[in-house]
Ligand binder design. Structure first.
Ligand code: 5RP
Length: 241
């Protein structure tokens, strides 16, 4: 298992979608691995499914791979950038206010640990991504192998309420705001910089801070499949729940 630090994408949702899978051999290793994982996940989707679409550069490979299959799908997007690109590619994207559940969601991650805990939200979309993950019968995470780490390191992305912001930051202690625009739902983006040795405890504590709308720690119980793109193949893991 690699212990390389996952490359945290600081790129916002805009501009991080829209890659194509055709030129897989001409792009860097990580990109080829992302494309491979994305293609594997796209092949898991079946006609008639309701599908959650994540956000980020790995999902950017998923969208064209999925569109090419010409399936009859109802999709929900986790960011305006994903929605725009998915629609451009001809995918049917609906508002996520009336669907009670989804058959499958596919998303990237910033870090994945051996148990299947994830850090997500490098692209600032973790609140919507968590809502979609929780509503999905199956949640497939697609990553290049550098995202797989022995231990999550953080920082942990946060979406914070603007109301009472100073009090929330004081409550969190080791946290800072990101210099990025608010989420599409108006929350401010930040990071929790404190230690995250006990992931269950940190997740429970972040969940309990009232001004935290959502944090980027996703437990293994939320994940059904982890698809790791490697140089010549993909590895599919089940989280240890
Ligand atoms: C966005 C996310 C992304 O899934 C995560 O940041 C991974 O992005 P990328 O596929 O670009 O490496 O959580 O909020």
């Amino acid at each position: 298992m690699t212990t390389r630090r996952a490359t945290r994408s600081r790129e916002g949702p805009v501009g991080s979608v829209g890659r194509t899978i055709e030129n897989e051999d001409r792009v860097g290793d990580d990109d080829a691995q992302k494309a491979r994982a994305a293609q594997f996940a796209a092949d898991l989707v079946e006609d008639g499914m309701t599908v959650g679409l994540g956000t980020g550069s790995t999902v950017a490979y998923l969208l064209p791979a999925l569109a090419k299959r010409h399936l009859d799908l109802v999709c929900v997007a986790t960011s305006p950038a994903t929605q725009e690109k998915a629609e451009e590619l001809g995918l049917n994207v609906v508002d996520f206010s009336s669907l009670k559940s989804l058959d499958l969601a596919i998303d990237g991650a910033d870090e994945v640990d051996p148990e299947g805990w994830l850090i997500k939200g490098g692209g600032g979309a973790h609140t919507r991504e968590k809502i979609v993950a929780a509503a999905s019968e199956r949640y497939v995470v697609i990553v290049s192998e550098n995202k797989v780490v022995d231990q999550l390191k953080g920082p942990v992305p946060l979406e914070l309420s603007a109301f009472g912001l100073a009090a929330t930051l004081a409550h969190l202690g080791e946290a800072h705001l990101r210099s990025e625009p608010p989420s599409p739902d108006g929350g401010l983006l930040g990071y929790y910089d404190g230690p995250i040795t006990d992931l269950r405890e940190v997740a429970r504590w972040l969940d309990s801070v009232p001004g935290v709308i959502a944090h980027g720690l996703f437990p293994p119980t939320m994940v059904t499949d982890i698809v790791i793109g490697r140089d010549h193949d993909v590895e599919r893991r089940s989280p240890k729940t």
